[in-house]
Write a protein that binds this ligand. Structure first.
Ligand SMILES: Cc1cc2nc3c(=O)[nH]c(=O)nc-3n(C[C@H](O)[C@H](O)[C@H](O)COP(=O)(O)OP(=O)(O)OC[C@H]3O[C@@H](n4cnc5c(N)ncnc54)[C@H](O)[C@@H]3O)c2cc1C
Length: 460
């Protein structure tokens, strides 16, 4: 039997090969630059399909890619000539109203999760685009509109079930296999296939106080100086702020020139306090337009979806930084004004708050003392622009390097090519002490590095 027949005989889900209908749709991931032709695509119909797929990958020696939402920018959710285990059909979300614990299947997107918790007036801290997979986002960290209020997604991860390379299911939570729970809070899919995530949810919504201040390019320097002074004055935890620079879509009220969008979410029932704090932010940055409309949590969480369609080409880089001084502002404004095409933008996340109070060694996620985080997200529709757009992202990262604190978030990294680059990046992302801990876990749960299509932690 060939690999496809073997898989069909062992799993209940759909197995698709290169000659089958639906193969091209099945192999496509969010990043259109990642164009790989797997030998077999397994669309799991249940968690029970995970262990047999792992077994076939081991027996055949074919590389194995694990896919949740398929949004990985580096393209780790697929593989040339190997087996893709696509968990995208396993989207169950079960909410326990009493404990506010939420159990999430490995194929759920942020949209599935937000829509399931909203009727209970609850939310789990996740990211900001609803098509992103909960699985990949969580395993890397999870930054979003509740980061300053409740920390990263991983800071609210209570437990996981993991199917290991040996095909065994291991539960990790506060009482069992605690080191494994530590590892999956930022160490990626290195230790096995997570078949279930349990999160702590919090009271939020359905209505939220959120909005955007818009600043024209001529006023950016003053706005950023004001923002930094305001941040250094101390920001109450309930307010999370993300500052976006981008060329707006056609029809935008201020025209086609690049704009600075200072978005905020106030995650507290004390609206009066929130309005006072937001007034302070507005006075500090003095925007040209204030766009603050009534909104719900799920509407806010999907407001940017249209900007990031599946199939665009993408390359990203990121870094933490602490000083928003004149030199840093100069780099940001210069690069922002150069970015005059639709597609590609960059965010400055204001960190600290609950994120910053988590101890550095409590999770593999780096840079807990960071004040800001820069994410440059290149995305564009046309292959002819690959070199120029990638060069812009790399050039921006190089310009920022002297001003950066240098922590990197694995989920905001693009494809960097070789295995040795991946190894170097594991050391630079996690540092020697955390990498030693992650390596020990890797040796225990995946000594042969079956799960290597990720930001890889080699077992030795
Ligand atoms: C448009 C867009 C917006 C984004 N916004 C945010 C944001 O606001 N905040 C943020 O933090 N990140 C954000 N990201 C980054 C995102 O967190 C990563 O791209 C993440 O990898 C996506 O997860 P996924 O499940 O969709 O990806 P996939 O490509 O399906 O999976 C990514 C990798 O995760 C691992 N993996 C997935 N599922 C499992 C599993 N069940 N068990 C073990 N390993 C698994 C595998 O290594 C896999 O290759 C965004 C990405 C995009 C493209």
């Amino acid at each position: 039997m060939d690999t496809i027949d073997t898989l069909r005989s062992r799993v209940n889900g759909t197995v698709t090969g290169p000659r089958d209908a639906g193969y091209d749709d099945g192999r496509a991931v969010w990043n259109g630059m990642i164009d790989r032709r797997p030998a077999a695509l397994v669309r799991a119909s249940a968690v029970a399909d995970i262990a047999p797929t792992i077994a076939v990958a081991r027996e055949s020696g074919l590389p194995l890619a694990i896919r949740g939402g398929g949004h990985n920018v580096a393209g780790n959710g697929t593989v040339e000539g190997g087996i893709v285990l696509d968990l995208g059909g396993l989207t169950d979300v079960v909410v326990d109203r009493e404990t506010r614990e939420v159990r999430v299947g490995p194929g759920a997107t942020l949209g599935h999760l937000d829509r399931a918790t909203e009727p209970y007036g609850l939310a789990v801290p996740v990211g900001v685009v609803s098509g992103t997979g909960v699985a990949g986002l969580t395993l890397g960290g999870g930054i979003g509109w509740l980061t300053r209020r409740y920390g990263l997604t991983v800071d609210n991860l209570l437990g996981v079930d993991v199917v290991t390379a040996a095909g065994e299911t291991v539960r990790a939570n506060a009482t069992e296999n605690r080191e494994l729970l530590w590892g999956v809070r930022g160490g990626g899919g290195n230790f096995g296939v997570v078949s279930s995530f349990t999160f702590q949810a919090y009271e939020l919504g359905p209505d939220v106080y959120a909005g955007t201040f818009i600043t024209r390019a001529g006023d950016w320097e003053a706005a950023l100086r004001g923002l930094d002074a305001w941040v250094r004055g101390g920001v109450p935890d309930p307010l999370t702020v993300i500052v976006t620079f981008m060329t707006p879509p056609p029809g935008f009220e201020l025209g086609d020139d690049p704009v600075m969008l200072t978005g905020f979410v106030w995650a507290s029932a004390d609206r009066v306090h929130g309005e006072k704090v937001v007034d302070g932010l507005q006075a500090a940055i003095r925007p040209d337009v204030a766009a603050i409309e009534p909104t719900t949590w799920t509407a806010w969480q999907s407001a940017a979806d249209g900007l990031f369609p599946k199939g665009v080409r993408a390359y990203w880089k990121n870094t933490s930084f602490d000083r928003l001084d004149a030199a840093t502002i100069d780099v940001i404004c210069r690069r922002g004004r150069e970015q005059t095409w639709l597609g590609t933008g960059f965010d400055i996340h204001v960190m600290e708050g609950a994120f910053g109070r988590v101890a550095e060694d409590a999770t593999p996620f780096p840079g807990r003392t960071s004040r800001y985080w820069l994410n440059v997200y290149g995305y564009w529709p046309d292959a002819a622009d690959d070199d120029a757009r990638t060069a812009f992202v790399k050039g921006f990262a190089a310009d920022m390097a002297p001003h950066a604190a240098g922590a990197q978030y694995v989920n905001f990294l693009g494809h960097e090519g070789s295995e040795s680059e991946a190894r170097a990046s594991a050391l630079s992302v996690y540092g020697p002490e955390k990498l030693a801990r992650l390596t020990a876990l890797k040796r225990r749960y995946d000594p042969d590095n079956l799960f290597r299509l990720n930001h890889n932690i080699p077992p030795s």
